[in-house]
Design a protein around this ligand. Structure first.
Ligand code: ZN
Length: 501
């Protein structure tokens, strides 16, 4: 290697370490704001975040950085596969950023730093009008940025592609259409059985006891407590500093222990993905999950395919009985499985059952698509939201708090994110079919530890971090392109059996 090359590679490593440090700092600020920071303190954080964002933006877009990356790209035959990928990902990020005027990017970050608090207050007060101007800005900035980035492409396609490379409206429409065709009639059949009314409604789960269950579940999932802990926030999330330091959060409800139980398993799935990365990715841009769709495939795989399976519920029931003898003392494994998988149309996405969940996502997708196409404005969102809930789920939305103000995503600037939840769920069903060729999934669950399952996923997916694009990775794991029929068949089989329809 020439001296010049080795100096350039040193610079490449240095650049990524600096970006890592900025990400660490902004993540710490976010974690603080979501956990212990007092209510009226967002101003100071906004100032600090604005400045850090400016530095990060400058660092990744300044001529010296571009020159370095272009040089390395031209000499790519001298690079390792890993270094090549680092350069590719940095250039890709740069391609987007360099099209956006720096002051607009920074202004958008400032708006976002306020939007979250405004949304929060608006949701508490059921006051859509208070949040509306922010939502308008967030959609407008996203649309404008998408147009700057890919002027010849439909902006919503650009947006989808940013969260899940390769995803388009055409693919989403086809996928959602397949789901709707099968799920809507199945829900109608289920509701006609009247079985839900016969399932017991259990309440009064002390929060201190629920915390014991959290610890048990994390251990069952083989999450190392020396590298991952669970905190409490209004909305559960996962945040990673490095593969050795991952945080998850949950929210406890006295009358619904399943809400926290499944948040812990969901976020635990995200955590296992982050914890499972190979050491070589550390402090580089290759570290971490590759896309939102693949990330959600891991979280929703553990939450639903494993966590809501009869085998898993049977395996954890003795512990649930021990912690909640009053409520669960007399419940059989089959009845617990039926209670936990109660499927019915509802208002809140995060509390939705596995079967109806994707319809909630579809509604958000339809609204985002129409906003990007200019077919509706922020003035129309509440009415459009309520109309689609009636059409797809047959429910009346009583307030914006339980309607279009329920999710935090838009206030965080994440427009185009929602489809990855449904897509991730569907990826998981196809991954399960592949996993079954190698391991006995039910036996692993019954053994009292999900380690064999987590190890399989680590080997096939987690260890690679961002080395491969999602479509390529999926093909490597499943040996075939994504096919939604695996998911539809999985849902039909599970819920036909549960409800005898
Ligand atoms: Zn998630």
């Amino acid at each position: 290697m020439t001296e010049e090359m080795s100096a350039k590679l040193e610079k490449l490593a240095e650049l990524q370490k600096k970006l890592y440090a900025f990400k660490y700092a902004t993540s710490s600020i976010y974690l603080d704001s979501a956990t212990v920071a007092p209510k009226d303190t967002e101003e100071g954080r906004g100032e600090a975040l604005g400045i850090l964002t400016e530095y990060m933006f400058d660092l990744s877009t300044k001529p010296e950085t571009i020159e370095l990356l272009e040089y390395l790209k031209e000499h790519s035959e001298e690079l390792t596969a890993h270094q090549k990928r680092e350069v590719e990902l940095l250039l890709r990020d740069n391609e987007f950023k360099k099209t956006i005027p720096a002051e607009e990017y920074i202004e958008f970050q400032r708006i976002l730093s306020k939007a979250e608090a405004v949304w929060h207050e608006a949701k508490l007060n059921n006051d859509y009008e208070a949040f509306k101007p922010y939502l308008k800005d967030i959609f407008e900035y996203n649309i404008r940025f998408a147009k700057y980035y890919k002027p010849d492409q439909e902006p919503y396609n650009t947006q989808l592609d940013m969260f899940e490379r390769g995803l388009t409206m055409e693919k989403c429409d086809k996928f959602f259409e397949t789901l709707r065709e099968h799920i809507v009639p199945l829900i109608k059949k289920i509701m006609a059985t009247g079985k839900n009314e016969k399932l017991p409604k259990l309440t009064g789960f002390a929060i201190e006891k629920q915390k014991q269950l959290t610890e048990y579940l994390m251990d069952f999932m083989s999450i190392d407590p020396n590298h991952c802990v669970c905190g409490e926030t209004e909305h559960p999330f996962t945040l990673e500093f490095t593969k050795d330091d991952v945080r998850i959060t949950t929210h406890y409800h006295e009358d619904n222990f399943e809400s926290s139980m499944y948040s812990v398993i969901h976020e635990g799935g995200h955590a296992l993905y982050e914890l499972g990365g190979a050491d070589e990715h550390k402090y580089t841009v290759v570290a971490g999950g590759v896309s939102m769709g693949i990330h959600e495939s891991q979280s929703r795989f553990f939450e639903n395919i494993i966590g809501r399976s009869e085998a898993f519920i049977t395996a954890v029931l003795p512990k649930i009985k021990e912690i909640f003898p009053e409520q669960y003392g007399d419940i059989t494994p089959r009845l617990a499985y039926e209670i936990i998988n109660r499927a019915e149309p509802s208002l809140i996405r995060t509390e939705a059952d596995e079967l109806t969940y994707c319809l909630h996502v579809m509604i958000r997708y339809e609204i985002e698509k129409k906003m990007f196409a200019g077919e509706i404005t922020v003035d129309d969102i509440p009415a459009e939201w309520n109309r689609l809930y009636k059409e797809y789920l047959g429910v009346d939305v009583p307030s914006d708090e339980e309607g279009c103000l329920q999710d935090s995503h838009w206030s965080g600037g994440a427009v185009g994110y929602f489809p990855s939840y449904a897509l991730g769920s569907a990826y998981g069903a196809q991954m399960l079919a592949k996993m079954r060729e190698d391991i006995d999934v039910e036996a692993a669950i019954a053994s009292g530890s999900l380690k064999p399952i987590a190890d399989w996923l680590k080997d096939k997916i987690h260890q690679h971090a961002c080395m491969y694009d999602p479509e390529e990775l999926f093909l490597m794991v499943c040996g075939a392109p994504f096919d939604p029929t695996y998911y539809v068949e999985y849902l039909e089989k599970k819920f036909s059996d549960l409800y005898g329809v």
